[in-house]
Design a binder for this molecule. Structure first.
Ligand code: ZN
Length: 174
């Protein structure tokens, strides 16, 4: 397993729409293994392939809070088939928007269909935190970030701050 570099806003790559996976084979499983390792190391509870520069419809999640009991979940080509009218609010962050958090409303429940690690067809009824995480990650596959739900002003403040941080990080004197 390899820890990959996580792309951060405002990287234009994050705005790409990811393509469906044609077949879940060993090369796809290798990507999922790397994604999980990268997510744990970050640390985060969810990651989409586009965040490590791979525009494929793959998501990994682990919302178990106990580091001793890992519960990785893998979703290939996830599709929402139902979202509830009831909304839930969580304070969201994102590994691609480092250090920034905001309260976001999303449907409290969602049902999805997807392929698992072995390429088997599955369905899942999610609610609460899991539903929010899945929707956040599916947004990544469409090139959407959680800051897109904020006002234009708030969003541009965050983007400016992150661009400045990036420049400072790249500045070296040798
Ligand atoms: Zn994210």
């Amino acid at each position: 397993m390899t820890i990959r570099k996580i792309l951060t806003e405002p990287d234009p790559f994050l705005r790409q729409k990811s393509k469906p996976v044609e077949k879940v084979d060993d090369s796809i499983r290798k990507i999922m293994d790397d994604m999980l390792e990268t997510m744990y190391q970050a640390p985060g509870i969810g990651l989409a392939a586009i965040q490590i520069g791979i525009p494929k419809r793959i998501i990994v999640l682990d919302i178990s809070k106990d580091p001793e009991k890992k519960e990785p979940m893998y979703f290939v080509n996830p599709e929402k088939v139902f979202t509830s009218e009831d909304q839930a609010t969580y304070e969201e962050g994102c590994l691609s928007v480092p250090g920034q958090f905001a309260e976001i409303d999303r449907p409290d429940k969602c049902h999805i269909k997807y392929l698992n690690y072995n390429g088997d067809f599955k369905e899942l009824k999610a609610e609460g935190l899991l539903a929010t995480c899945i929707q956040h990650e599916i947004d990544h596959l469409e090139g959407i970030l959680f800051i897109d739900y904020l006002s234009k002003l708030k969003r541009s403040m965050i983007t400016k701050k992150l661009s400045k941080q990036k420049k400072e990080l790249e500045r070296i004197v040798v």
